[in-house]
Design a protein around this ligand. Structure first.
Ligand code: PHE
Ligand code: NA
Length: 458
């Protein structure tokens, strides 16, 4: 008998891949990747992001899912028991605590942005955009950001959806919906890309995203590209570790990591191309920030035949993609709390989401009342949203990721690692993987963080 998680498991290999892909593919791909690529200048930024996915992200994805599957426990306890089994300090469980705090922090603003797509879903369904001029489309976005009640309403609706989904449990809640959503999302992005090629400026988008000019890459951009490679694969905060606990034994860790990374990257690149084709075709500013997707795509939906229908479908899928990511942000903490104290799953979920909801108010206000001219802004030079985003993604995720890599690479008994690695049928690549964990990730992340954060190494 192999050990099972008390939260249930995913019986089929495909279900695990879908759930992990559901966690990975989210606002990070559709909304964030395009706008940070725009802000940080395109090609060179994309290259750093891709290299970091391959060298740091994939090995870490394997490590996290391995730790979860080895122990079949929620992250904090998983780290603790693996440390004990390897004769190491119990302090390693702090990686799990770090991830828990970070998950709540990310969920607080993730939900607000997901709420924007719900507002757009309704707007599209009502035909609010059909035939609208570019200025009118832009005004809709400004109107949304200016309306605190509307932002709070959608933030609340989204958070309730998160609670409801998690309360139904792992097997039903997370696994099912994703099987329908992912292919549909792919199809719609491809359709948008075709539209962008016909009506927008695809060559400009291609050259913006793929012509590499390192002289335009700021130190800050390195940090953001690295941070985003963690964020987009849901790494560095023990989410994939939590999901690994539900993963069937015979499944290849390496193949799974590869499939998820490729899927996630494809969605990001295709969405980016579609958006930039429309951005350049409409003479918009690629570096305009968080509103990029919410302005460029509706301009296309406003003009295309059946645009309201396509638009509604698109924002519905964005909201679903965000939902399957959001539940993964909070699932590790819920699972830990349930395992530790026996608290009811629903109660734990409600309390944690309520906390994240309250914290989300700071993000709601970041786009209006607190967008500038506040004490917070004076101190940090950023809005609360930008500060939370920066801290969680660019500092805490890489930190959690490096600690996980160091723990797995240097402190877990190699025999344990090797046995679990091979359990899914992976016979090759173990030492390459171990080298990536031991040397490449720690060195790469440390270098980027230290230089990027202004420590002069030379
Ligand atoms: N990977 C998700 C996205 O790209 C965000 C996420 C980050 C989810 C960290 C879970 C953990 O949108
Ligand atoms: Na992602």
């Amino acid at each position: 008998m192999t050990k099972q998680s008390i939260h249930g498991g995913w019986s089929r290999r495909l279900t695990f891949i879908l759930a992990a892909a559901g966690s990975a593919v989210g606002l990070g791909n559709l909304w964030k990747f395009p706008y940070i690529t725009g802000e940080y200048g395109g090609g060179a930024f994309v290259l750093v992001y891709l290299v970091s996915i391959a060298l740091v992200g994939v090995p870490l994805f394997i490590a996290e899912s391995l730790i979860g599957r080895q122990t079949r426990e929620a992250p904090i306890r998983a780290l603790d028991s693996l440390a004990q089994a390897s004769g190491r300090s119990r302090g390693w469980q702090s990686i799990g605590w770090l991830g828990a705090v970070n998950g709540l922090l990310i969920l607080s603003f993730y939900s607000v942005i997901a709420g924007w797509s719900l507002d757009y879903l309704l707007g599209m369904a009502q035909g609010r955009f059909s035939g609208a001029s570019n200025d009118e489309v832009a005004a809709v976005f400004d109107g949304l950001l200016g309306s605190v009640p509307r932002l709070i309403l959608w933030h609340t609706v989204f958070m309730v959806a998160v609670v409801w989904t998690i309360a139904r449990g792992v097997q039903k809640g997370i696994g099912e919906a994703i099987q329908l959503m992912m292919p549909a999302l792919f199809a719609l992005i491809l359709a948008l890309l075709v539209y962008g090629a016909l009506e927008g400026d695809l060559p400009a988008a291609l050259s913006f995203m793929f012509s590499v000019d390192f002289s335009r890459l700021s130190l800050e951009a390195w940090v953001v590209a690295l941070g985003h490679s963690f964020y987009t694969l849901s790494l560095g905060m023990a989410v994939i570790m939590a999901y690994g606990a539900y993963m069937p034994s015979g499944v290849s860790l390496v193949r799974t990591a590869g499939i998820v990374a490729v899927t996630d990257t494809l969605v990001a690149l295709l969405a980016g191309l579609a958006i930039f084709a429309l951005v350049f075709g409409n003479g918009l500013d690629a570096g305009s920030g968080p509103g990029l997707m919410f302005v460029s795509l509706p301009m296309a939906f406003a003009q295309m035949p059946f645009g309201s229908l396509f638009g509604a479908a698109f924002f519905l899928l964005v909201a679903f993609a965000a939902l399957s990511s959001a539940i993964s942000l909070i699932e590790p903490i819920v699972a830990f709390w349930v395992e530790k104290t026996g608290i009811a799953r629903t109660k734990a979920t409600v309390l944690l989401c309520l906390f994240a909801w309250c914290l989300g108010m700071a993000t709601v206000l970041s786009f209006n009342a607190w967008s500038s001219d506040t004490l917070f802004h004076d101190w940090f030079g950023k809005t609360p949203f930008d500060s939370f985003d920066w801290l969680s993604t660019n500092i805490l995720l890489p930190l959690g990721g490096v600690l996980t890599a160091l723990f797995a690479g240097w402190f877990v008994l190699p025999a344990l690692l090797k046995q679990q690695y091979q359990e899914g049928g992976d016979s090759k690549g173990f030492s390459v993987w171990l080298f990536a964990l031991r040397v490449i990730s720690p060195a790469g992340v440390t270098l980027v963080l230290l230089t990027g954060l202004g420590v002069n190494l030379w």
